[in-house]
Structures are given as structure tokens and as C-alpha cells.
Write a protein that binds this ligand. Sequence first.
Ligand code: PDD
Length: 288
Amino acid sequence: MEFALLNGEIIERSEAKVDVEDRGYQFGDGVYEVIRIYNGKMFTIDEHLKRFVKSADSIGISIPFTSLQLLEMLEELLIKNKLETGNIYMQVTRGISPRNHLFPTGNVEPTLVAYTIKGVRPLDSLKSGVKAILTEDLRWLRCDIKSLNLLGNLLAKQKASEEGCFEAIQHRGQDVTEGSSSNIFIVKDGSVITHESNNLILKGITKDVILELCTKNNIQVQERTFSLAELEEAEEVFLSSTTAEVMPIIEIDGKKIRAGVPGPINKKLQELFEKEIEKQCGLLVDKV
Ligand code: PDD
């Protein structure tokens, strides 16, 4: 039997239902997190909980549990669902209220939901790399909030998929921002470059782990905006996310990067990233 967390209670997943007037359902009025599980343990959980609270705060939703309570509930959910490898999806919305653009007045409790999803590491793609397309970034100007409103991201990802690609690299004019569900990195003159964490991108937790690994291992890093021209001339390109880890990009809009082979810095970072997973969650059976 599968379980889900609904407003502090762990119940049978098939019983976890959303009201038609939940503001998450009607307006996308909420925020979410995706947390990776290796060996039954949560990777970078403190960072995910911090970002969850920060995203909620930034749209005026007060999560009715402390981070410690959330942590304990998620741990219980993991044990009940016997999840070894996969993800936890967690979201909070502004709650249930008659449809109105204005925030509800009175005591409307936020709706908090979490459930687990089984899923192995994408080892084949991590080894051989994935293809991407370029697409104009059509999203709003608060991409730092991990909001449920993902239409811009969905349209970009769908376009990539229809062109036989894994990811859409978004850009505002000449500036590269981020992927539809990932952060984007290039290597230029041996330096790792990725967009600074501001309102135009999500401050990825995987991105921050990678930047820290670079710094600790004497790999030069620059957090700054880079252009489409720099992307085109890059020595290596890769993306990062909770589910895709550190994924090589070997082709963009049909043009191969490094003759379509993942680069040495990317491979080194994959190795360091696996060590970081093992530090937090125990030994991995299969590695890149
Ligand atoms: N996506 N940028 C966007 C727009 C994202 O949606 C994500 C993650 C990232 C990477 O963030 P992190 O390293 O913290 O996962 C960057 C998640 C996995 C998702 O929506 O499924």
C-alpha cells in the first residue's frame, strides 16, 4: 500500500484528494520541492526545507509546521512507503476558498501534500549525455520562487521533447538563463560558468552543491550571466537538477559539442557529486 502526507497526517495515497476550490488547483497558488532519495535517505534535505519555507514566505504562505516537523513527517512517509531510490514531491498551497483572485481572508489553512515516487538514477544519460534545444524564456520575473505555476517551463520542455531532446535551454534575448527544469553550466577556458542566483532563475540546490565542489577542488567558478555566443563556443555544457544530477549536454539545436562526447570537467564533477551522495546517503551500488 502507498501512503501520502496530507496536512500533517499520513494516509492511504488513494485517499489524498484535492478540493476543486484548492487555490493550488485553480491558480497555481503555491510552491513545491522535489527531494532526491538514495538508499532510503534524503539528499540535501536541509537545503530543500529552507528553500521550501523561503518560497512560501515570498508569496505570503505560512507553512503550518516547523521544518523539524516536516522532516519527521517526510522520514515517516519514506519508511512507510519503503522508498529506496526515487523522489519525494511536496507542495503547499494557500488552501481552499471560494474562487477569488484576492487572497482569502480569515482562517484558511494552507494545504500541504507530500508523496513518494520510485525512480532510478538516469545512469545511461549521465554517461552518454543528452541533447537540448534553445528557446526564448517566456516566464515571469520571479523564477527564484519554486512556484507551482510552471506553464512557461512546460511549454519549453514539451518543445524540446517534440524535437527529440531532453531539455530546453532558455534565454532572454542574448542571455542564457536556465533549463526548463534545470540549471545550465558552461566551461570556458577551464572555468565553470553558471547564471548568478537572482530573480531570473531558480537557485538550484544541485547547482550550489556543484559550485561548492568546484571551489573545494580547485576548479575555477564564475556565477555570472553568459551569452548565447559563449554557449555556442563552450568547451563543455552540462545541466544540473535534483533528478538529473550533473548531466552532460552533447548537442544543442543539432550542433554537437566536443564531437558529442561528455567533457573532462563534467566527468570529474559527476565523480565528486557521487562522493557527496555517498557522504550523505551511503554507498551507491551503480555509478556513472
Ligand atoms: N526542477 N531550475 C528549474 C526551473 C527547475 O525546475 C529546477 C528543478 C532546477 C534545479 O533545481 P534543483 O537542483 O534544486 O533540483 C532549476 C525539479 C527537479 C522539478 O521541477 O522536477
